[in-house]
Design a protein. Structure first.
Ligand SMILES: [Zn+2]
Length: 190
C-alpha cells in the first residue's frame, strides 16, 4: 500500500524548474519542488470530502440495513461559516452544509478555504483561499517563477489543529552536527 501517489503529466516536464537553489533570474517555469511539496500536503491532510451540492460524501450501507455514513476529513471538521457554525455539524442535521461562494474559516488559523461560487472539481474546498494567505503552499494553483516550498505560519497552525505535532525544521548546521555525531558513533563501534 501507499499513502499517496503523485501522477506527473510528462508533457509538462519542460515547463518545470528542478533546481534546489532559487534562480537568479526569471525562468518562466513552474517550481517542481513547490508542486511536489503541495501534493504531499494533500497527503498530510489538506483534503476535503465536500461536494458541489454543498454536502459531504456519503458511504451507503446495504439496503436492508438502510444506513449511510457521512464522510468528512479532519480538515473538513475545522470548517466554520461566518455564523461560527461547524459546517460538518450542519450537514449532520440533514441540512446543506455550505453554499458555494460562502466564506468558510478553518478553525482559528485566520485561513479560509477556497470556495468559489462555481464548483471547481479538484480545487474547491481542499485548498487555502489565497486572499487569506497569499504565500500559502496549499493554494489551488501556482504561477511560473513562484516559490511556495514551505508551510506558512497559518498552515503550520492548521496542521496542529489537524492533530500533527509540528517541530521546527532543523537548521543545516544542526543536521551536519547530527551527521557528525552518527559518524563518530559508527567509527567507535568499528
Ligand atoms: Zn492541490
Amino acid at each position: 500500500g501507499y499513502d499517496i501517489y503523485i501522477q506527473c503529466n510528462t508533457s509538462h516536464l519542460n515547463s518545470l524548474y528542478y533546481e534546489a537553489a532559487l534562480p537568479a533570474e526569471h525562468t518562466g517555469k513552474y517550481d517542481f519542488q513547490s508542486i511536489l511539496t503541495h501534493e504531499v500536503g494533500h497527503a498530510a491532510g489538506f483534503l476535503s470530502l465536500a461536494t458541489q451540492t454543498g454536502t459531504f460524501q456519503v458511504q451507503s450501507g446495504n439496503a436492508s440495513a438502510a444506513y449511510s455514513t457521512m464522510l468528512y476529513t479532519r480538515y473538513d471538521s475545522l470548517l466554520t461559516n461566518q455564523e461560527g457554525q461547524s459546517i460538518v455539524n450542519k450537514a449532520g442535521n440533514g441540512n446543506t452544509a455550505f453554499t458555494l461562494g460562502e466564506t468558510l474559516s478553518l478553525g482559528d488559523t485566520g485561513l479560509t478555504a477556497y470556495n468559489p461560487a462555481t464548483w471547481q472539481q479538484g480545487s474547491s474546498m481542499a485548498h487555502i483561499d489565497s486572499a487569506s494567505d497569499p504565500d500559502a503552499l496549499m493554494q489551488y494553483s501556482i504561477s511560473p517563477d513562484t516559490y511556495h516550498r514551505t508551510l506558512t505560519d497559518g498552515e503550520m497552525e492548521l496542521m496542529r489543529s489537524m492533530g500533527w505535532k509540528m517541530v521546527p525544521e532543523p537548521g543545516t548546521s544542526t543536521l551536519s552536527l547530527l551527521g557528525l555525531a552518527v559518524l563518530a558513533l559508527r567509527r567507535r563501534r568499528c
